[in-house]
Write a protein that binds this ligand. Structure first.
Ligand code: F3S
Length: 411
């Protein structure tokens, strides 16, 4: 692999031990994937923030790297933590967990990372442009950046994204290259798709089928308007699709004919792409629904909710008295905007909460006494059993909010 003079110096430790350690990770990754060279990244997004997932060993690794002088060279943001930094007590998080979680964030702050604590950095001012090279690690954000914005990032691990942030480089392989962005599967969808849950169910089914391929969707049934742009309804629906594709499979890029920016590129759909047809979604809904009736928690906002989604939830719960807990999870900056517009007060008046900085998949749900949840996110329903031993119900936003009102899932 070719390294520039500056990169070679970093690798020899001439810029200090922290940068040498980071460059060793970047170069090792490049060698594994047979990259010819490194590419400069404009932004990094680091997962591996919740103390629940990191544990003591992960915390000490970060503290040691920070103490060696690790500092990021490019704007870098953080994935959700294990708790809402402001309301953790009210949510039932223990003081012990909160203390360790605070240490994790302190280590990242010492490195110069912006503590956005969101899986949707594109909602809080970090919206990359087409062909921009990134090192992002949250799988739903990777899917969003590649597919909806035409930016270029592999699905990084937490340490490799952090190493890219510290060196400003990532190996040029995989989705940084044109050839890996071509479709491996032509997915013809012959049923209608009405809402985010339908897009999530489809994503679950296709991810399971194509694994780490690049699906090219031809949507032949009825769909809502999928026009893209910040805050558009189309973007919300495709976020649900991408998050599910990345959860049940390892899809980091997909194309939607007539919608996503690279779908019209010449050669994007090679003749050799495998053709797959889906005519129904019920198998996806069945796989993501456990047979539980009593619901402890309804959770909306996976990926983290946009302002428009919070406004819609506030409208739907206005005047209600909720029997199950309701968490609408979002970025702190979006919560602040929602509070200023009265949406947080409307949701709290019904008995719900707008929870920032975290989500139920990375929070220590075992500590919180939650056994059954309802969600409109296929990704959350997919991970709930394995990440917290929680049974999940999966359906539309309306079904979820009905469950919040009654405490039961209506079948
Ligand atoms: Fe985000 Fe948590 Fe879902 S990190 S994508 S809300 S699992």
């Amino acid at each position: 692999m070719r390294l520039t003079t500056e990169e070679q110096a970093m690798l020899r430790g001439e810029a200090g031990p922290a940068i040498r350690r980071a460059m060793e990770i970047v170069v090792a990754l490049g060698q594994i994937y047979d990259a010819d060279e490194l590419v400069a990244v404009s932004h990094a997004q680091v997962a591996g923030v919740s103390y629940k997932n990191l544990g003591q060993a992960g915390l000490e690794f970060l503290q040691q790297w920070a103490a060696e002088g690790a500092r990021v060279r490019v704007p870098t943001t953080l994935n959700p933590a294990g708790m809402d930094l402001a309301q953790w007590r009210e949510l039932g998080v223990s003081a012990e967990f909160a203390e360790q979680q605070g240490r994790v964030i302190d280590a990242y702050l010492a490195m110069g990372i912006e503590p956005t604590l969101t899986c949707a950095p594109y909602e809080v001012g970090h919206r990359p442009r087409r062909n921009e090279h990134l090192a992002w690690s949250e799988s739903s954000a990777v899917s969003f950046a590649n597919s909806l914005l035409g930016a270029r990032t592999n699905r990084e691990g937490g340490p490799s994204a952090l190493a890219a942030a510290i060196t400003g480089r990532t190996p040029r392989y995989g989705l940084h290259l044109d050839e890996a962005r071509r479709a491996t599967h032509l997915v013809e969808v012959r049923c209608s798709l009405e809402d985010a849950a339908d897009f999530g169910a489809l994503g679950y089914l296709v991810g399971r089928r194509v694994r780490n391929g690049v699906p090219y969707f031809r949507l032949l049934g009825h769909t809502p308007d999928l026009s893209l742009g910040p805050g558009s309804a189309g973007e919300e629906l495709l976020r649900a699709l991408g998050a599910a594709l990345a959860a049940s499979g390892a899809v980091a890029l997909y194309h939607v004919e007539g919608v996503t920016p690279e779908a019209g590129e010449p050669d994007i759909l090679p003749a050799a792409a495998e053709r797959v047809t889906f005519t129904r979604l019920d198998e996806g809904y069945a796989a993501l629904n456990a047979p539980v009736e009593d619901i402890d928690l309804v959770t909306i906002g996976c990926p983290h909710a946009s302002l428009a989604q919070i406004a819609e939830i506030a409208r739907q719960v206005a005047g209600a008295t909720l029997r199950a807990a309701l968490w609408v999870t979002t970025a702190r900056a979006i919560r602040d905007q929602a509070a200023a517009l009265g949406y947080v007060a409307a949701i709290e008046a019904a008995g719900g909460r707008v929870v920032a900085d975290t989500c139920m998949v990375v929070a220590p749900v075992e500590e919180l006494g939650i056994h059954a949840l309802a969600t409109n996110s296929a990704k959350a329903a997919f991970y709930a059993p394995s990440h917290g031993g929680v049974s999940a119900r999966f359906g539309s936003l309306e079904q979820c909010l009905a469950a919040a009102r009654t405490g039961r899932w209506a079948t």
